[in-house]
Design a protein. Sequence first.
Length: 278
Amino acid sequence: MAVRTWFITGVSSGLGRLMAEQLFERGERVAGTARNPDSLAGLRAAHGDRFWLAPLDVTDTPAVRRVVDQAFAHFGRIDVVVNNAGYGLVGAAEELTDEQIVRQLNTNVIGSIQVVRAALPHLRAQRGGRIMQLSSMGGQWAMPGLSLYHASKWAVEGFFESTMLDVAPFGIQVTIVEPGSARTDFAARSAELSPALDAYADTPAGAVRRLIEPGFRSQPGDPAKMARAMIDSADRNPAPKRLALGSDAYANIRQALTERLAELDAQKDIATATDFED
């Protein structure tokens, strides 16, 4: 099999870093971005010219375009673009600050969109490639206390489900990745908590906050296995439209879709009654 080149945002920790490490074990090449590239000095020294690294904050759109262009220029071709950078914002809607709302959407939604917009001209020119967009089981299922995080994931699911139709004629395939809870550093590093309001202390949103605040470590998902499944999915043709990872992702998404379908079916008569008679 030919050596592939991957572009991965948020490569300094979590799934991004695990993917990079496993890709190097397979002999592949990685163009990675991180807000703090210094944390990757050891990985960079170990893999030399197979690891191209650049600092990037995905909320900086001009920087996104510059870095993506540089990555394609450096390697000549990138086979898989992985939109991994993002974080979770915890808090009931009323508890969130205006600044937190903007930052969550700019990072998880606008950042993901702009990375792919920057990559698409290159992917079209090379007549194909893969895009993997990190969503979450929270892109199809919701729990209390995560309204903006869910909003960001539902938004990217809609954007990329449409985009995969736009780019299919160019040989570009898209997979939306929906991990469940995994034992990464989500609670310690990648989650931001809103200011707390006493009114929500004894509500479901308050219970979720108490679960996340200490950095819970009882999640069922093995992040190394999730990273491996993402890499393996790049060998499937056609690419899976969605990739659910983790037993909780499967169970929660299935329950949400089943309930949604039942609610829709119950409204069939109402829906069809609103058409013109002719």
